[in-house]
Design a binder for this molecule. Structure first.
Ligand SMILES: CC(C)(COP(=O)(O)OP(=O)(O)OC[C@H]1O[C@@H](n2cnc3c(N)ncnc32)[C@H](O)[C@@H]1OP(=O)(O)O)[C@@H](O)C(=O)NCCC(=O)NCCS
Length: 162
């Protein structure tokens, strides 16, 4: 893989869609949080794979809040894209939309930022291509992703020093 070639931000866009079935729910009849996390993780990983053209592993998921229950029969649309890259890591923005196909309403259910690292066949980190930042949104996403990555490093250091 040549890491000299920058990759356009749009190349990593992945969209998945699920229909919430009874076996996806908790005992209250709404979507089980762990199931949603699994879908988010998988969609985010596919986006990171598309950017890096490599196998990837999950290293972190930022705090995530569930503000609206998702119910049986709802459609769950998960949109992921790489917004920031470091050397071997990529931050993926993931937006979860809950859609009711019967009345055509949709609301953003949650948003997550996950970090993935590209790995080689020895499971060691490898360099990932840089991002081609074209639109103001690309620049904004990258700048905010960089701030979050710096914050995570500081937090990690503080936690390990204490
Ligand atoms: C990911 C892994 C290969 C990294 O190996 P490592 O020797 O720790 O590598 P480094 O410390 O050099 O970190 C590699 C990158 O990850 C980033 N990183 C490490 N820990 C991180 C964290 N908690 N959050 C965000 N980024 C992190 C580093 O900043 C670095 O980014 P950069 O190369 O863009 O600067 C290794 O930690 C691993 O295998 N982890 C388990 C992954 C896994 O099993 N995931 C599935 C569980 S759900």
């Amino acid at each position: 893989l040549s890491t000299n070639k920058n990759i356009d931000c749009n190349e990593s866009i992945v969209e998945t869609r699920y229909l919430v079935m009874p076996h996806h729910t908790n005992h209250l009849g709404s979507l089980f949080g762990g199931q949603l996390l699994s879908w988010i993780d998988m969609t985010g990983a596919m986006s990171a794979q598309k950017h890096s053209k490599n196998e990837v592993v999950t290293v972190s998921m930022d705090s995530i809040s569930f503000r609206n229950p998702i119910n049986i029969g709802d459609h769950v649309v998960i949109k992921a894209r790489v917004g920031y890259v470091g050397n071997t890591s990529m931050e993926v923005e993931i937006i979860v939309i809950k859609e009711n196909p019967l009345n055509n309403t949709n609301i953003e259910a949650t948003k997550a930022y996950m970090t993935f690292v590209a790995i080689d066949h020895n499971k060691k980190p490898v360099l990932v291509p840089k991002l081609n930042l074209i639109t103001p949104e690309d620049h904004n996403r990258f700048k905010n992703g960089m701030l979050r990555a710096e914050f995570r490093k500081k937090l990690d250091k503080a936690v390990h020093q204490s």
